[in-house]
Design a protein around this ligand. Structure first.
Ligand code: GTP
Ligand code: MG
Length: 557
């Protein structure tokens, strides 16, 4: 009882702690170095990982009441946080203040009795709460459920069109689409549950989240990118001691690092498939460039991609996270353009010749670096700002850049999102893709080293093109959509001013399916789309003569 009320007080005052650096001035005793560490990407990940280790995921009866639920669980210890969500039934994520509460709870948990089947006796922190009929009310009360998915496109367009500036539209879209605090907690919890499955084989392993779950550009419903980090197992005690006796492990060897990765992932895939409650549709995709295991985690609804040895991708996520925190316009631009690209089929969940979200995000970062004055600095500048503790070489690649955001100077760019969005479309509608590549390390275009239609230099593996998969058709679609969007955004303003009727405009109009349909119809009719349509040329002329505020891309045009 006492613990329960302790939780109520904490919960009422704490509510939602966003994944932002903690407020350093409040921590009077922390030294500057400690304060820096606290806001660094790795520290944030570590805090989240520990939080997840103190948490459980519980399937609840539909007629559960919050009060009864919390009262029952608090017999195992003080509860730090709890929320419910709906996904094939009601689930609760419960975080205890202390890890030993989890041991207490698991000690009191019983095995299910299944008829005509046998349960595999593998204990995890994914549990079910069972209640006899007399304990819970007959009618279904509504526990407050958190949303896990974004609002539909139709509703979004409607809501966007009710905003009175494009800036407000983009921030509204950001609010609606970004990962919530609860969604992030659930992502880390699923990651921690999967670690429990791998741990019997690799007790010192860590499963880390990377990609859009942690790079600050994640959209509700995005996949869960995980990697099994075995460095903590391998990394220690590798020094040879001379003239002394020493012991070494006897181990099996494989022909290559890739073969080792494939066999480890294959075993983990079997464990996830046979022992992982809630894990379904396990596929081993071991012959891909980056071998992976794909499956669905049903209780959370997350599509999971598990890889191993993916430190460079984790570093890319850290870099994007840093850019996302530099200026609030960055995240608003990226989430809005990711949404625009998804609605028009420029990006796709299936692998293919499409532009990936990672490539698109890199293009947006590059555009923001090319503004005058730049909105964000090139990666090379972030490298110069790095301290000794930031040094990072992965497989011979220099992945060093500053982790302390307070060392990055504000760059005095004051352009509105409205202007930036318009300029983004103009910039890429005109970009000389046939000759030049995108290089966010220098923040400048380079000559292309090969004939790939779209060349975006990998910021950490410099000889690689992150958009190697993109074919000429997909690039042409991107360019045409940029032309049409630039035109529509401009025309939308004029319409909005002239009309008294509320109709989709600005970002709302850019999400209408008719935009991509009209392009598809034109292509079907066999009309070859010109690099810059007549309409677009007129628009460029218009923009040049009416240039308001910033410069940059229009100047490039
Ligand atoms: P979503 O589409 O929301 O899942 O975005 P995402 O950023 O998570 O992309 P995705 O799941 O496709 O990839 C996860 C991470 O892998 C990315 O954030 C990158 O760090 C990395 N990555 C993806 N594609 C590439 C690529 O083509 N080259 C390289 N070097 N890294 C990639
Ligand atoms: Mg992803």
């Amino acid at each position: 009882q006492k613990n329960y009320f302790c939780f109520r007080r904490k919960f009422a005052s704490k509510k939602v702690a966003k994944i932002v650096p903690k407020n350093t001035p409040k921590k009077q005793l922390a030294t500057k170095k400690e304060a820096e560490d606290e806001s660094s990407f790795s520290r944030l990940q570590e805090d989240r990982r520990k939080q997840a280790e103190r948490s459980v995921l519980i399937a609840c009866p539909p007629n559960i009441t919050e009060m009864k639920f919390l009262k029952h669980l608090s017999t195992h210890g003080s509860i730090e946080n709890c929320f419910f969500y709906e996904s094939f039934g009601i689930y609760a994520v419960v975080e205890f203040s202390q890890t030993h509460s989890i041991d207490s709870m698991l000690g009191a948990t019983i095995f299910p009795s299944v008829q005509n089947e046998t349960a595999v006796p593998f204990k995890t922190r994914l549990l079910s709460l069972k209640a006899s009929d007399s304990v819970l009310p007959k009618t279904r009360p509504s526990v407050p459920c958190q949303k896990l998915n974004p609002i539909g496109t139709k509703e979004l367009i409607l809501k966007l069109s009710q905003q009175d500036t494009v800036d407000k539209q983009l921030y509204y879209l950001l609010e609606q689409h970004q990962l919530t605090e609860e969604n992030i907690r659930l992502r880390f919890l699923v990651c921690s549950l999967l670690k429990d499955i791998a741990a019997p084989y690799f007790p010192e392993c860590v499963i880390r989240l990377f990609g859009s779950s942690v790079n600050s550009f994640g959209k509700l419903g995005c996949d869960l990118d995980l990697f099994l980090d075995l460095d903590s197992v391998r990394g220690r005690n590798t020094k040879q001691t001379r003239n002394q006796l020493s012991l070494e492990f006897q181990m099996k060897s494989t022909s290559s690092e890739r073969a080792a990765t494939q066999s480890i992932l294959s075993v983990i895939a079997e464990c996830v498939d046979h022992f992982g409650p809630g894990c379904v549709g396990v596929q081993k995709i071991l012959n891909a460039r980056c071998p992976l295991v794909r499956f669905s985690h049903q209780p959370s609804g997350f599509q999971c991609d598990l890889t191993t040895n993916n430190r460079v991708a984790l570093k890319s996520s850290e870099m994007l996270h840093l850019y996302g925190r530099m200026d609030r316009r960055v995240r608003a631009m990226v989430l809005s353009l990711r949404c625009w690209a998804q609605v028009h089929g420029l990006t796709n969940n299936f692998p293919g010749a499409w532009i990936t979200n990672f490539s698109l995000t890199t293009m947006i970062i590059f555009f923001l670096q090319r503004r005058s004055p730049p909105l964000i600095p090139p990666l090379d500048q972030l490298r110069e700002l790095a301290g000794p503790r930031d040094e990072c070489i992965i497989e011979g690649n220099d992945c060093t850049f500053v982790s302390d955001i307070s060392r990055v100077k504000n760059l005095d760019n004051t352009e509105t999102l409205d202007h930036l969005l318009q300029e983004f479309f103009v910039f890429y509608a005109n970009f000389p893709f046939n000759q030049m590549s995108i290089n966010i390390r220098k923040g400048k275009e380079d000559y292309k080293p090969d004939s790939s239609p779209l060349y975006i230099q990998n910021p950490f593996e410099l000889s690689q093109n992150v958009s190697k998969n993109v074919n000429p058709t997909q690039l042409e679609r991107l360019v045409t959509l940029c032309q049409e969007s630039a035109w529509l955004l401009n025309e939308g303003w004029a319409k909005q001013r002239a009309s008294t009727e509320p109709s989709p405009w600005g970002m709302g109009a850019l999400l209408l399916p008719s935009l991509s349909q009209s392009i598809r119809n034109k292509s079907k009719k066999g009309r070859v789309l010109q690099p810059a349509s007549e309409r677009f040329k007129n628009l460029l002329a218009f923009l040049k003569t009416n240039k308001a505020g910033g410069s940059g891309a229009a100047g490039n045009a």
